[in-house]
Ligand binder design. Structure first.
Ligand code: ATP
Length: 504
């Protein structure tokens, strides 16, 4: 665990040092849980967006995209249930004045029990070496059995309290488990209260309650309220989907783990409208389709897993998360939900507009059911970035940090480097740059030794470097170096673009 914490720290400082992510408002000491994407970060983020957008709208002939406004009619959030139910249970420590999510305090307690079990297993593995049988150990070690039993008890009680919305019960459980505030070390807790996660603001100059607007906490509602418009103007036939990428805002109580949990973030969501009774088939289809999308990025399958929801949200009849193994453990990256006809029905009720589909195949009208895929763009960035980060020991005794990003996502595809900053090499390199940049995002640099420049490009994840040297002037060839293998080849300048096309 300590190692992973170290690794995560390295990843976050790498993101800053190499121009991927900066803390927001840093010269004013930052703003909690808000981050800015820097010169390389924005390229990587845009490439992820493109990759998702194309996979949805270009590779499926029945999915179209929209870009709805962040501000929406306030009644929408009444209809969706967010005004009444988009809450987290919060608790304060009276001594440190720090605020926590009551559910997270209990989940952390459960995670500690899990850690204890893992530690016992590791100890035993070392002790018994080759003869170690994990299954047998788990079922016979008294200590492990006790830890696991406690874990299960706490988990069951906690799940029931959350299901019943029993705030007093949550507080009692925190007290009973002896959970202390990590800052003050005391158990001096306030009562647990519900806290609505939506940010609100006022529109116009009159400050009156009716003018309250919310910053959308999810992009999905922008899709639901445009269902009729898109279906009609796009002459869409069920089943069909509407995709959207956009900002969402949540007043997260505890924001931590870098860009994993932010107060302003981006979502990539797709709502797929289907005939009632077929939703489970589509739910399975989208589970598989989305997992394949993740795998297509070249990250091994074992870094992902499905986690089915035990407790379903009020609008869902099936739900699963795709979890990714971040440096701090497996956590939700994407949610796939079968949302029934809840949202469209509620908007029909609250708006008074009929939202129905006439199915010419079955000759009937109905409110479509909906399967949603909802992925956090920033979390995807973090997953890809942290997996790509590698520290490598090289055969010559030196080391390097390399970002093994999938080529399609790399901020720059190629860097053009004159070996020295004289003798006509920069001019030659500029000519190559001007040609290559028409087809590929390219980068040019002439400062520092070539070795340092290679290392910088490795650290940013640039797949190829093209070096112009004195021989180039004589025979019009350049050296092309691969980031992943560090191998170099000599090729004619005329072949550079074709080489990149073939290898990217
Ligand atoms: P969590 O349980 O981690 O709070 P959630 O279940 O509330 O997430 P959803 O409402 O399903 O999340 O949102 C869909 C996706 O949006 C999530 O899978 C996640 O990738 C992303 N997301 C949600 N909240 C945040 C946040 N505060 N910061 C960054 N990404 C987020």
């Amino acid at each position: 665990m300590a190692n992973n914490e170290d690794l995560f720290k390295k990843i976050t400082s790498h993101a800053k040092e190499y121009g991927f992510i900066f803390p927001s408002s840093e010269i004013y000491d930052g703003l909690g849980a808000v981050y800015d994407y820097a010169q390389n970060g924005v390229e990587l983020k845009n490439n992820i967006k493109q990759y998702w957008w194309k996979s949805m709208t270009q590779m499926h002939d029945n999915i179209v995209g929209i870009d709805s406004a962040i501000f929406m009619h306030p009644k929408i959030w009444k209809a969706s249930g967010h005004v009444d139910a988009f809450n987290d249970p919060l608790i304060d420590n009276k001594d440190s004045k720090k605020r926590y999510r009551a559910d997270v305090l209990i989940e952390d307690y459960i995670a500690k029990l899990e850690d204890k079990v893992n530690k016992e297993v590791e100890k035993a593995r070392k002790r018994f070496k080759d003869s170690f049988n994990e299954e047998q150990f788990l079922s016979t070690s008294q200590r492990v059995i006790e830890y696991n039993k406690e874990k299960e008890d706490v988990h069951n009680r906690y799940s029931k309290l959350m299901n019943d919305n029993d705030l007093a019960g949550l507080k009692s459980l925190i007290e009973e488990l002896g959970i202390v505030c990590p800052i003050s070390g005391t158990r001096n807790w306030t009562d647990v209260r519900q806290f609505n996660l939506m940010f609100s603001t006022k529109v116009g100059s009159v400050s009156d309650d009716s003018d309250v607007l919310y910053l959308r906490p999810e992009t999905a509602q922008g899709i639901f309220v445009n269902y009729l418009n898109v279906q009609k103007t796009g002459r869409m036939k069920i089943p069909f989907g509407i995709a959207q990428i956009g900002k969402a805002f949540r007043n997260e109580i505890v924001a931590r783990q870098f860009i994993f949990r932010m107060r302003e973030f981006e979502q990539m969501e797709m709502e797929f409208f289907v005939r009632p009774t077929t939703e489970m088939k589509w739910f399975e289809y989208w589970k598989e389709e989305r997992m394949n999308w993740h795998k297509s990025l070249g990250i091994p399958q074992e870094k992902y897993r499905f986690h089915d929801h035990e407790k379903l949200a009020h609008y869902a009849n099936a739900a699963t998360d795709i979890e990714f193994e971040f440096p701090f453990g497996f956590k939700e990256l994407e949610g796939i939900h079968s949302r029934t006809d809840f949202d469209l029905k509620r908007h029909q009720e609250f708006s008074g507009k009929k939202i129905q589909y006439f199915d010419s195949e079955t000759n009937e009208s109905y409110t479509p059911y909906c399967v949603e895929t909802s992925i956090g763009l920033d979390r995807t960035f973090l997953a890809i970035f942290s997996y790509a980060y590698k520290e490598e020991q090289l055969s010559d005794g030196s080391s390097r940090v390399v970002l093994n990003l999938p080529n399609i996502l790399a901020p720059n595809k190629v860097s053009i480097l004159p070996l020295v900053n004289k003798d006509g090499l920069p001019e030659k390199a500029h000519a190559i740059m001007d040609d290559v940049r028409k087809d590929f995002k390219a980068h040019y640099e002439e400062k520092d030794t070539i070795g340092k420049r290679y290392r910088r490009q490795d650290a940013i994840g640039t797949p190829f470097c093209v070096t112009v040297d004195n021989d180039t002037l004589k025979d019009n060839t350049v050296t092309i170096r691969s980031r992943s293998t560090m191998e170099q080849e000599r090729i004619p300048i005329d072949n550079v673009k074709q080489y990149l096309r073939d290898n990217l």
